[in-house]
Design a protein around this ligand. Structure first.
Ligand code: TXA
Ligand code: MG
Length: 390
């Protein structure tokens, strides 16, 4: 079974991509109009909604949001759980629905780079340069907040995370809300769980409390935005994501600092970790993975393998999914694959450690956070070296 076979189970029958309309950045290297296909019709390029039904849904979503409701919406990275960022009561509902502890700041999604100064102050020139180059896109900037930005959104900090999402439905919704408004939104999953990359994932996980789920098809990037803080003296990477650090540094002409080196081996403890499937996930290099899968199968355990090069055969106790060899394609399919395997009730998921390299940074980050055992090179796992929750 390949990842493609597996994901077919989750895709919708009728996709419609509208012909390109004249307005937008078809030269963007991240662009691929086909990912913008959905069941309903809207322009594949500019985010203009061209179908009455979709218009009606977006208008209804905007009405709910203005009335203090919570709406899940698609972005190019993952689905977000949105509320009116100017309404603290509405924002608080997000924390209840997600089971997220209060005080964790939320990203504010805005419609256009021109609105940046409305939400942030003392914006460094370098941050502006990144915003102008990469927005709309999978980049979140942490900046000093304007005084009107509520504590419910920022977790009481003097900073705010901002981004312009690159998805036609998200952009149409933000435009419908108008320039005074923005969407405070975390990923639309329960706290600590895998981010959703389809509307069906959101519905399956957050049935209660969400007033509406807007369906914009599968997310193009498939994992979350890159977060860079411009609050200190030099730019600091807070989370690798949809845009590589190398691409950002090329535009900045300076290094982006990365906080302390990550441990090379991680065994999670009792704290709930982020981005995690329910099934224990172990990340191992090819040879160790083969040994471990044989050992588990011998013990009667049901094992799923996210394979790259390791050749293990399917058997009644072992299912192997072939993961893409290219980093962006791997990232695109990872959460969906983990969700699917979680649903299939395996005893263990073993992931073959992907190659090391700057383009794999975000994938390694998510695998490391999701894993009960993360040991990407051939060394013996040691005692617990690190516990993390972020
Ligand atoms: O791609 C994404 O970023 C998705 C889509 C929906 O936009 N959103 C997302 O949100 O991943 P969330 O809440 O699941 O993760 C955002 C991360 C959190 O770890 C949060 O603590 C951090 O961004 N964050 C938000 N505002 C911050 C701030 N002012 N300072 C530091 N970290 C911040
Ligand atoms: Mg999240």
């Amino acid at each position: 079974m390949t990842l493609n076979d597996a994901t077919k189970l989750r895709t919708w029958p009728e996709y419609t991509v509208m012909p390109r309309c004249a307005q937008v950045r078809h030269d963007d290297p991240l662009w691929n109009g086909s990912f913008y296909a959905t069941r309903r019709k809207f322009c594949a390029d500019c985010g203009g909604v061209s179908d009455r039904e979709q218009h009606t849904q977006i208008e209804a979503a905007a009405r709910l949001l203005r009335a203090g409701g919570v709406v899940a919406f698609p972005t190019e990275t993952v689905y977000g759980l949105g509320a009116d960022a100017t309404n603290p009561e509405a924002v608080r509902k997000i924390f209840e629905i997600k089971g997220r502890p209060a005080g964790h700041p939320l990203i504010v999604h805005i419609a256009d780079v021109a609105l940046l100064d409305q939400w942030a102050r003392e914006i460094p020139e370098a941050a502006r340069r990144l915003a102008e180059r990469f927005w709309p896109g999978p980049l979140t900037l942490i900046l000093l907040r304007r005084s009107h930005v509520s504590d419910a959104v920022t977790g009481g900090q003097d900073t705010v995370g901002l981004r312009v999402p690159d998805h036609p439905v998200a952009l149409a919704l933000l435009r419908e809300l108008g320039p005074e408004k923005a969407l405070a939104a975390p990923s639309a999953n329960r706290f600590g769980r895998i981010s959703p990359t389809t509307a069906a994932h959101v519905r399956a996980e957050l049935a209660e409390g969400v007033d509406m789920v807007l369906d914009g098809g599968p997310c193009r990037v498939g994992l979350e935005s890159t977060i860079v803080s411009f609050v200190g003296a030099t730019p600091l990477l807070l989370r690798p994501g949809g845009i590589s650090v190398a691409a950002l540094e090329a535009v900045l002409g300076e290094r982006i600092e990365t906080p302390g080196a990550q441990p090379t081996i991680r065994v999670s403890g009792s704290l709930s970790s982020h981005y995690a499937p329910v099934t224990p996930l172990e990340v191992l290099p090819a040879e160790s993975l083969q040994r471990r899968s044989r050992e588990l199968v011998k013990r009667g355990q049901r094992v799923a393998v996210l394979g790259l090069t390791s050749p293990c055969q399917d058997s009644p106790h072992l299912l192997r999914l072939q993961m893409p060899a290219e980093a962006a394609a791997y990232a695109h399919g990872l959460y969906s694959a983990l969700r699917q395997l979680d649903g299939a009730r395996f005893d263990f998921i073993l992931a073959e450690a992907p190659p090391v390299g700057v383009e794999w940074q975000a994938v390694h980050d998510r695998l490391r956070r999701a894993a009960t055992l993360y040991c990407p090179t051939e060394i013996q796992p040691q005692e617990k070296t690190h516990e993390e929750i972020s």
